[in-house]
Design a protein around this ligand. Structure first.
Ligand SMILES: Nc1ncnc2c1ncn2[C@@H]1O[C@H](COP(=O)(O)OP(=O)(O)OP(=O)(O)O)[C@@H](O)[C@H]1O
Ligand SMILES: Nc1ncnc2c1ncn2[C@@H]1O[C@H](COP(=O)(O)OP(=O)(O)OP(=O)(O)O)[C@@H](O)[C@H]1O
Lengths: 218, 218
């Protein structure tokens, strides 16, 4: 099982920590602020107050044996760069760093951080995508062209079956499931599956095809 | 077509603006910092320097006629709350606010902001989910229980067909597509579709079923 180390317990770092802990992963949390470490004592496998720019401190913690490190310090690029470089030198296989601006991202990529996350920029794209149609309730980008999108059933779909609607042929969209409610989600769709009035369609396809569909079926 | 107003041009606000503009949406950008407004002149439909806590300024801009407002100011809860309340009072149908902490989110929800986005917290969850398996390349949460996840084909799947593998029956997962490469993505999977060595499987299912699958097929 992989071992994780998270450096920096801001909102982002803590969120990564909580999610990994929910899945019972082994996580070492490092922060130079004792209050932060105090706050996560019951969540992290281990939580240590240390200055992560101090190579000796990192060595003493055996950080090199960890598989994945997340450097979750957004406000200080120099700190984030230093820590990322030390982690790589000490042998951590994969270093993920948080950045706030695209410029920071470029610097981190230059020092060969394996993955850079920009929560603000990515969150903005995601929100904008979810706001783009009158019926689009939630939309998520999972590749450059293809998106997962949910929307309310258009009125003229109600009572028809998946087979009748031929969504793929008519609209170039792939309906992957139907949400009858937040907790009642149907994925194994058959040709005879009938659409009901409050169903939410779970669709994947290119954004432009989704918008054409919305125009047509308003 | 819906009209958007974005207040606050930090990283998040600008990202929302750029994405909406990419889709040719009508967007009014407001910020009280002239440099920010200068920066987005060619991107936004309209960009105006104004203090968005000033009700008269908002009225003069006809903000009440906008369908969706995004209040993208994370560092100052009071400002964000004031602006959100003014927008609602002026008649904006949907107000989305950015928050940094869950506590801020609760305050904004109390004043009936329609949607609160926490890019740091959500980004942390998303990253952690994508790091959870040796082969999970990218994972995205699109409902509480169900996730979209991509991973490399396990070695013993190569050469088998979708029909052979019975992924749904054996693993309770729904394979919705195969990425042969970033640009060559196949969605219309048939029983005879054969898995190739570098294929990336695009799967939806509950995280615990994905992890069971990963254990089994390492
Ligand atoms: N040299 C360091 N060693 C260890 N921890 C550090 C160091 N420098 C900063 N930190 C810690 O990193 C955490 C996050 O720092 P910072 O506030 O810069 O990040 P942020 O990106 O703004 O956080 P958020 O995720 O909330 O946006 C803080 O808890 C801080 O104590
Ligand atoms: N009263 C106001 N009226 C208009 N714009 C404002 C007001 N107060 C702040 N702003 C603008 O909002 C923008 C974002 O503010 P702030 O830096 O607080 O947000 P942030 O959440 O930290 O941004 P980011 O999205 O980069 O994380 C800034 O450009 C600032 O000039």
């Amino acid at each position: 099982q992989r071992k994780f180390v998270i450096i920096g317990l801001g909102e982002f770092g803590i969120s990564v920590l909580k999610t990994l802990s929910d899945y019972h992963m082994e996580v070492l949390a490092i922060d130079n602020n004792p209050d932060k470490i105090q706050m996560v004592q019951t969540i992290a496998t281990n939580a240590v107050v240390a200055d992560a720019t101090d190579e000796n401190a990192l060595k003493a913690l055996g950080v090199g044996k960890y598989d994945i490190a997340v450097v979750a310090i957004g406000t200080n690029l120099e700190t984030s760069v230093l820590i990322s470089m030390l982690l790589k030198e000490l042998g951590v296989e994969m270093v993920v760093a948080k950045a706030v601006t695209v410029l920071q991202q470029r610097v981190l990529q230059k020092i060969e951080v394996d993955k850079v996350v920009l929560p603000e920029v990515e969150g903005g794209k995601r929100l904008a995508n979810s706001l783009l149609g009158p019926n689009i309730l939630d939309s998520v980008e999972f590749s450059d062209k293809v998106k997962y999108i949910e929307f309310k059933t258009p009125p003229n779909f109600v009572g028809k079956t998946i087979g009748d609607l031929k969504i793929r042929n008519n609209y170039n969209l792939n309906i992957i499931g139907i949400k009858h409610s937040e907790t009642d989600i149907e994925f194994l769709l058959q040709a005879e599956t009938e659409i009901k009035p409050n169903d939410i369609l779970m669709v994947i396809g290119k954004m432009e095809d989704v918008m054409k569909f919305q125009e047509k079926e308003k």
